[in-house]
Design a protein around this ligand. Structure first.
Ligand SMILES: NC(=O)c1ccc[n+]([C@@H]2O[C@H](COP(=O)([O-])OP(=O)(O)OC[C@H]3O[C@@H](n4cnc5c(N)ncnc54)[C@H](OP(=O)(O)O)[C@@H]3O)[C@@H](O)[C@H]2O)c1
Length: 337
């Protein structure tokens, strides 16, 4: 029998704080049908990674994934194809690829030196973007894309029965992005600008110059001012923050306007009806095809990805500690080579 090839990976054996992320030796995965084996160069980190670590207590029970320990967290990778299953067309060994893996199953297993990935979740890495930056794109970029540009699938969302409704964005629309400097927020800002909209960014003051460079037309520092007292008649609010205070954005919308809760918020149905506005959202899903479209925008320089910080894969604990401190600007990325 051939000895099992091993690799280093980060695994969870239990829920808890960053200290439960264990860097250890595990078998290299075997790609199944429709899959490729990727040598991971970089893995982006996202909120679901720490939700999984913490036991998903902040998610409604019906949206919590089923899994068994030990589990390798992580969904976002950029790397090089090492091997492909016999039935895979379109990718071959040596190709540079990036992807959001198997989401929303939470079986991405990206915090590792190698990962087996469905070919349909992958796209060619944009040539002018390095692995660290490419690894920052998949979940956050696809979330912004699926909320703002095109849903791209017909899977029902666990968050709402109706299909997500897009607001047509253009020169005569104004979009407010709350949490504008974060992973999803900074892509939402750029996609709205790309569509020609006027963009208002809400973030803490330290992010102002970053967001102005991304083209925002108005900046509101939520630590000093209340956006709901400053703006009116908006076409769209993209709220990446959510929580108890999220309903205050409803009154900033014009009749016919929409609010997209990217994370769970609390909203008064009566107020929504009285104001004549819509609430609409979705859950991001893996899509190699949409990632290829984002890749073209990244290669053209139309879209950029900001890197908050990088940590070696072995220091995933420190990366999660950084995330827990909040105020993230762009993406936190693990490096695996
Ligand atoms: N529906 C979906 O499918 C989907 C997909 C992806 C993500 N999400 C959810 O969306 C949320 C955002 O994800 P992410 O990856 O963008 O997170 P992130 O990178 O951590 O960004 C969060 C941003 O929000 C800002 N922020 C925090 N409190 C704020 C407040 N009170 N007002 C305004 N801004 C505030 C933070 O910086 P400052 O406070 O310094 O401004 C940070 O830049 C997460 O809850 C995630 O679970 C949902």
């Amino acid at each position: 029998m051939m000895p099992t090839r091993t690799m280093q990976a980060v695994r969870l054996h239990e829920h808890g704080g960053p200290e439960v992320l264990r860097y250890e030796e595990v078998p290299v995965p075997e790609p199944g049908p429709g899959e490729v084996l990727i040598r991971v160069h970089a893995a982006g980190i996202n909120p679901p990674d720490w939700y999984l670590r913490e036991g998903m207590t902040n998610l409604p029970p019906e949206t919590r994934p089923k899994f068994s320990f030990p589990v390798i967290p992580g969904t976002d990778v950029s790397g090089v194809v090492e091997a492909v299953a016999a039935d895979v067309d379109g990718f071959s060994a040596g190709d540079e690829v990036f992807g959001l893996l198997r989401f929303p199953s939470f079986e991405g297993s990206a915090y590792a030196e190698y990962v087996a990935a469905r070919a349909s979740d992958l796209a060619r890495k944009p040539a002018h973007v390095d692995h660290v930056h490419a690894a920052g794109v998949p979940m956050a970029g696809l979330t912004a894309w699926q909320f703002l540009v095109e849903l791209g699938h017909d899977h029902p969302s666990p968050f709402q029965a109706a299909r997500h409704r897009h607001v047509e964005l253009g020169a005569d629309t104004t979009v407010l992005v709350n949490g504008a400097a974060g992973g999803v927020g900074h892509f939402a800002v750029q996609l709205a600008k790309w569509k020609g909209a006027r963009v208002i960014a809400v973030a803490s003051g330290a992010h102002e110059s970053f967001l102005r460079e991304l083209g925002v037309d108005q900046f509101i520092d939520y630590t000093k001012e209340r956006p709901e007292e400053l703006v009116r008649d908006l076409d769209l609010v993209v709220d990446t923050v959510g929580g108890q205070a999220s309903g205050r954005f409803l009154r900033t919308l014009k009749r016919g306007g929409a609010l997209y809760p990217v994370f769970f918020g609390e909203y008064d149905e009566e107020e929504i009806a009285r104001l004549g506005v819509t609430l609409s959202g979705t859950q991001v899903r893996s899509s190699g095809a949409q990632l290829a479209e984002l890749g073209r925008l990244l290669d053209a320089g139309t879209l950029r990805v900001a890197i908050d910080s990088t940590f070696p894969l072995a220091d995933a604990q420190a990366a999660h500690e950084r995330a827990a401190r909040g105020h993230i600007q762009g993406k936190i990325v693990l490096t695996a080579v």
